[in-house]
Write a protein that binds this ligand. Structure first.
Ligand SMILES: [Zn+2]
Length: 363
């Protein structure tokens, strides 16, 4: 006689069943060694439980319905192996039913998992394709919307800075800038920030900020013109806009996914605009088109090389901010020289500024 573990359900027992041992002997069912006194033909087989894949034997006695269910897979195997006819036949049919239902429930769980994973997959695709998506999105923003976004970013980026539009230095920057961006689709605005750090940065929509520190470090207007000619290309070619669309797009996608929509993604990123780094390809593109802008404006190109070269040679603990985003690597300087040689000489008048007076104004 083979005994197996079961859960026993009967009137008066806990609704989740009571642990017991069962066995078949002499054509009847024994529970904890006691005959239940019901013939095999009086015992039915049914499926129940959460997924309707749990096997039950049931029968009726005077006080109500009784049922047992094998406690584990081992007990189920023993029940099936030792059950006499006609119960054995019923059990075979029920087990086939159960495995079909289990397969269906696994499929259901698979679908549920897929739905739960879908947002993660979407974020994954967004991250994977984010440069392409951001590039496409930035390419489709109207100049008007770019200007509005730029205005917001400009306000954020310059929140802590003391900006000037007047003065001999600001006037020189505005005039040189206007020459370099003649015919542009952007209405440029030029500012001098009273900040000793040697830096300048461009904000989408046509905002350019030059620090007094950069004016002080320059030995001629041509050197500043070289920096401006390069910086405006990041606006003209929408490098900064694409970079912002990329970071913002990811931030928005992630914050939607994490349910954190309230974070001021634009503010955070605008605050770091002056530290924005571009790939070597984008920097090289800005160098090349900046050089052509100098040529169109009739400004001598050598200031572009001499300024970065000079900053690169500067001894000091911390390199100037401009160099951390625009390394004066030997490779970049050589490429610049080659580009200049390729263009040949062009007619250039010295820029008409008393540079010492400009530097004094920038003190
Ligand atoms: Zn650059």
């Amino acid at each position: 006689m083979t005994e197996f573990d079961i859960l026993y359900f009967a009137p008066g027992l806990p609704s989740h069943g009571e642990k017991a041992r069962a066995a078949f002997a002499e054509g009847t069912l024994l529970i904890n060694g006691n005959r239940i006194g019901i013939p095999m033909s009086g015992i039915g087989v049914t499926l129940g439980g959460f997924n309707h894949d749990q096997l039950f034997l049931f029968w009726h006695q005077e006080e109500g319905r009784h049922a047992i269910s094998p406690a584990d897979a081992n007990a189920l195997a023993q029940l099936v192996a030792t059950a006499p006819a006609p119960l054995a036949g019923l059990l075979q049919g029920a087990r086939k039913d159960a495995s079909r239902k289990q397969r269906r429930s696994r499929f259901g769980l698979g679908l549920l998992g897929l739905f739960l994973l879908l947002p993660l997959l979407l974020v994954g695709v967004l991250v994977w394709q984010s440069h392409a998506i951001a590039g496409w999105a930035a390419g489709h923003i109207s100049i008007e919307n770019e200007r509005k976004l730029g205005e917001l970013a400009f306000k954020q980026a310059t929140a802590g800075l003391k900006l000037r539009e007047g003065g001999v230095d600001a006037a020189a920057i505005q005039e040189i800038g206007a020459r370099l961006t003649k015919g542009s689709k952007y209405a440029y605005k030029w500012y001098v920030a009273e900040d000793p750090a040697i830096n300048a940065f461009a904000v989408p929509g046509g905002y350019v900020v030059v620090n007094t520190g950069l004016i002080q470090a320059a030995d001629s207007a041509e050197e500043v013109a070289g920096v401006l000619a390069h910086e405006v290309q990041h606006i003209e070619l929408r490098h900064t806009l694409k970079n912002m669309a990329h970071s913002l797009g990811l931030r928005v996608a992630l914050s939607l996914f994490l349910g954190d929509v309230g974070s001021s993604a634009l503010g955070d990123m605008a605050a770091r605009l002056s530290e924005l780094r571009f790939s070597r390809e984008l920097e090289s593109e800005s160098d090349r088109l900046g050089l052509l802008a100098l040529k169109r404006a009739g400004i001598a190109p050598l200031g572009m090389v001499s300024f970065f070269d000079k900053l690169g040679r500067q001894e000091g603990a911390a390199p100037p901010a401009l160099l951390s985003t625009h390394p004066a690597s030997r490779e970049r300087m050589q490429t610049l020289q080659a580009m200049i040689a390729e263009q040949g000489e062009w007619p250039a008048q010295p820029l008409p500024y008393d540079w010492n007076a400009v530097k004094t104004a920038a003190q």
